[in-house]
Design a binder for this molecule. Structure first.
Ligand code: HOZ
Length: 432
């Protein structure tokens, strides 16, 4: 860890906290962050020369693992033809067509980050409805635009910042937040603000308080609530889009939102995101309509090429059953290991996405996620890191399996997990 330590010391002198995104600082798990120099398939090489099996997956984009040859080739070819033009390119039309067909969406606008996509979706919702308020869910993280830093998940949880400084009371006042999976609370908040509600925004599967799947009927209930109040329903699918099938989670679960935000996977590991949905709403965007949005690097040709290559591979290979199998093997295996522990443990999982929680029952909302034993998660994280496995350095994030992982990787993960869970939690007296 000497090289990483030295790099972190240098970084801390010139970058606030030594990182360009707070969760990377390891504050939620303690210790100094590991610096990465290379990723191939399911494996990372650290600046210290260690090889790690990667279950963080850059927080979601890497469904094909690191440096998939087809993605690398597509991006390299695009880069060789010019990194950016600030003008339209054929690739962005192709990607927009692919997203509209696969998601499906009627129209789509490409941007550079999930934060931008969600910010644009909210502005569109406000411009379309002429209303100001939005309803979100506690622990839902939708990027770091001002309106959404209210009861947000991800780094705000791990760093204990309830609401960010610098967000004006006026902005925060337009954001309502109620517990995830609590349809009744959403109904009450909507009833109190019915004529002012522009949008209900939700991660259809929450991924920024750890993985928290929706209760049956929750998303359909939100659809009905949006219809009753005249608010738009926005699914933030930056994490879930193309993660559980070659499409959106909305399509898989049969609930159609008015707008969808996408990111991560659709950029193949490069900065690219999108907002799309109903054409009558999307037509409000400039230059057609009065809602402004722009970006020098929007639809960047290199990112578009990587994204298109990724979507084509996903469509051609349909790896989702294989990801489901690996996910089940991992989560069932962890449950088996944990059965002999003194400590309550539950592994949330959907497809190839999972979060180990040190708590007795499935987590349904932020309050329950926060009640999990985060010290044990930190011990588990470091135990796994020592044994060559890289997990998200925070309880309140999701871990990802890619198509580059194998059953052998998962079996080795379980073997290591057994060792560090036994060390962190101790075996139950009956089993000793
Ligand atoms: N908040 C991001 C994941 N939900 C972390 C991104 C990063 O640190 O790279």
């Amino acid at each position: 860890m000497r090289a990483s330590k030295e790099l972190f010391e240098r970084a801390c002198r010139v970058i606030p906290g030594g990182v360009n995104s707070p969760v990377r600082a390891f504050r939620a798990v303690g210790g100094a962050p590991v610096f990465m120099i290379r990723g191939h398939g399911a494996r990372l090489t650290t600046a210290d020369g260690a090889e790690l099996v990667d279950f963080c997956g850059s927080w979601g984009p890497l469904i094909l693992g690191h440096a998939h040859p087809e993605v690398v080739e597509a991006a390299a070819r695009a880069l060789a033809d010019g990194a950016t033009f600030g003008a339209s390119t054929p690739g962005e039309v192709e990607l927009a067509e692919a997203l509209c067909r696969m998601a499906p969406l009627e129209m789509v606008r490409l941007v550079s980050s999930g934060t931008e996509a969600v910010m644009t979706a909210l502005r569109l919702a406000r411009g379309f409805t002429g209303r100001a308020k939005i309803l979100k869910f506690d622990g839902g993280y939708h990027g770091h635009s001002d309106a959404l830093l209210v009861s947000a998940g991800s780094g705000l949880l791990t760093h204990g910042i309830a609401d960010s400084a610098g967000v004006t009371p006026g902005t925060a006042a337009d954001t309502l937040s109620v517990p995830y999976n609590d349809l009744e609370a959403a109904r009450k908040a909507a009833a109190l603000n019915a004529r002012e509600l522009a949008a209900i925004i939700v991660e259809p599967v929450a991924g920024n308080m750890g993985l928290v799947p929706p209760d049956p009927g929750f998303l359909a209930g939100l659809r009905a609530l949006a219809d009753e109040t005249g608010a738009l329903l926005i699914f933030d699918e930056v994490i879930t889009g193309f993660r559980f099938g070659p499409t959106t989670y909305g399509r898989l679960c049969g609930v159609t939102p008015d707008l969808t935000t996408l990111g991560k996977i659709i950029g193949g590991g490069l900065p690219l995101a999108a907002v799309g949905g109903r054409a009558d709403i999307m037509r409000k965007l400039a230059p057609l309509g009065p809602v402004y949005q722009a970006g020098t690097l929007s639809g960047n040709p290199v990112a578009v090429a990587a994204g298109l290559a990724t979507l084509r591979i996903l469509e051609r290979t349909d790896p989702y059953l294989a990801l489901e199998r690996l996910g089940a093997m991992l989560a069932d295996g962890l449950a088996g290991v944990a059965a002999g522990l003194r400590t309550p443990f539950h592994c949330a999982r959907l497809g190839g996405v999972f979060t180990p929680f040190f708590c007795p029952a499935p987590v349904r909302n932020l309050a329950q996620a926060k009640a999990a034993d985060t010290r044990l998660y930190a011990a588990f994280f470091h135990g796994m890191l020592e044994r060559g496995f890289y997990l998200p350095p925070s309880q309140f994030e999701a871990a990802f399996i890619s198509t580059a992982h194998t059953e052998t990787d998962v079996a080795a993960f379980l073997d290591a997990a057994r060792q560090c869970l036994e060390q962190a939690c101790g075996l139950s007296t009956e089993l000793v």
